[in-house]
Write a protein that binds this ligand. Structure first.
Ligand code: GAL
Length: 452
């Protein structure tokens, strides 16, 4: 891939100096004795004040319920690998894996919202760095800041400086990033492309030509799954057609959703959809990826958890078992997202939750999890030799490409804005009315207050 100079991300909140925590560990209340101050509602028991030092690194005893949506091949295996590290380090704690199936958290996040409403938070959940974390959980005051843990564990020295603003509100840091995923990847089997006489397209215009050839040969050009995977495709088409700056401008209010460039990108998206499988709405992301492995489809565009899925099937990029390229038009741009874990207020086992977070942020935890998950460590000191050829290429690109945040996976838009886009997208998938889609997208940006 062509490497271009790194641009800095637009910060969710300015990076401010993290306050040094003066309090000693002995100042922390003993396990289970933190009493809520008077007047705290029963449904949200008080958390210790920001900066309260962690309990004993021993982690205590009891159950630790960890919530995610990692149930498919690769992602579930990665989670298990990290749970194993946790078991070794904290043998007195019992980890409860409360994953709820459904890619991109579509089901899990609804279940989580109900639990939070009922005052029944798990000890920790997976939330995406960026607007999903800050605009939803932090805005609802559901999380404790984690500055003290970052200080204790020295994480500010090993996590990318550019990531910290994406998990911070003002001075407060609110999650522990466990990885970096890349969203804009196109996957294929090289030998199938050769057999069908095509190569991986580098622009969307080229994709449409290649797709026509494939369709004539009776091959589905692009495998897609349920609706969130079409949002994932949509964001990569926007990125590929508008470029990193044009794409970023759509989210920071400096761009124009009603512009001719967006009209043209929507036309491209519309044409691309013509080349997807008819049964997309019934397939999960991994079902769609399987179509490529089975030779029923030429390409799929999916985040690199797909590589975890391929590896879980016994394939290896080191042996050339599958191929990848930047999604058309986005070579040199790394469209990123980051899975991260939080410390909720009102949990039953705060010590246990802190133990989990220590593992999630540790080198051992990240180097166990990420090579299997299909992601690269959030830390910049991961052991490169543990990562396969694809993941090493992702490490290189993360360090050198332009960066763009993912819409589908929580970086650039609040949940409310994303929900508006999702509704508009659902209508568009049903009626194909690109003009109405563009109007709805323009209105959604205004409703969010991001565009005037
Ligand atoms: C993303 C998440 C990834 C992966 C994917 C498919 O939202 O960040 O870790 O799990 O969904 O489930």
């Amino acid at each position: 891939m062509i490497h271009t100079p790194r641009r800095s991300w637009r910060a969710v909140a300015p990076v401010l100096v993290i306050a040094l925590i003066a309090a000693a560990c002995s100042a922390a209340p003993p396990a289970g004795t933190a009493a809520p101050p008077a007047g705290t509602p029963a449904s949200s028991p008080a958390a210790p004040p920001a900066g309260t030092p962690a309990m004993s690194p021993g982690g205590g005893t009891g159950e630790v319920e960890i919530f995610s949506w990692w149930t498919a091949g690769g992602e579930a295996d990665g989670l298990e690998a990290m749970i194993e590290v946790f078991g070794d380090e904290y043998p007195d704690l019992e980890l409860v894996n409360a994953a709820v199936a459904g890619g991109a958290g579509t089901n899990a996040r609804a279940v989580l919202a109900t639990r939070l409403q009922q005052g029944d938070p798990p000890e920790s959940w997976q939330g995406h760095a960026g607007q999903e974390l800050i605009g939803t959980y932090v805005a609802a005051d559901q999380l404790e800041p984690l500055n003290f843990l970052f200080e204790e564990e020295g994480w500010l020295d090993v996590m990318p400086e550019t990531l910290i603003p994406q998990i911070s509100e003002g001075d407060d840091i609110y999650s522990v990033p466990v990885n970096i995923h890349r969203a804009n990847v196109m996957w294929f089997l090289e030998e199938n492309l050769t057999e069908w006489g095509v190569t991986a397209p580098t622009t969307w215009a080229e994709f449409l030509e290649t797709a026509a050839t494939l369709q004539e040969a009776g091959v589905t050009p692009l495998a897609m799954g349920e609706q969130w995977t079409s949002m994932h495709l949509f964001e990569t088409v926007l990125l590929g057609e508008l470029g990193a700056d044009g794409y970023a401008a759509l989210w920071d209010g400096s761009g124009d959703w009603a512009s001719a460039e967006v009209t043209s990108a929507l036309e491209t998206f519309s044409s691309v959809l013509e080349y997807t499988n008819d049964d997309a709405s019934t397939l999960s992301w991994d079902n769609a990826a399987q179509l490529v492995l089975d030779g029923d489809a030429a390409f799929t565009i999916m985040g690199d958890w797909a590589e975890g899925f391929f590896v879980a099937q016994g394939l290896s990029p080191d042996d050339g078992d599958f191929g990848w390229a930047a999604a058309p038009g986005s070579d040199g741009v790394f469209q990123w997202l980051s899975d991260s874990f939080v410390l909720p207020k009102g949990i039953a086992n705060r010590d246990g939750a802190l133990a989990w977070l220590r593992v999630a942020g540790s080198k051992a935890g990240q180097d166990a999890f990420n090579p299997v998950k299909g992601s690269i460590p959030a830390r910049n000191d991961g052991d490169r030799s543990l990562y396969d050829a694809y993941l090493q290429s992702a490490m290189d690109d993360w360090g050198s490409n332009d960066l763009a945040g993912s819409l589908t996976h929580g970086v650039v838009a609040s949940d409310a804005w994303k929900a508006e886009i999702d509704t508009a997208l659902g209508l568009f998938l049903a009626d194909g009315d690109a003009a109405a889609f563009q109007t709805a997208l323009t209105d959604a940006c205004s409703a969010e207050g991001a565009c005037q």
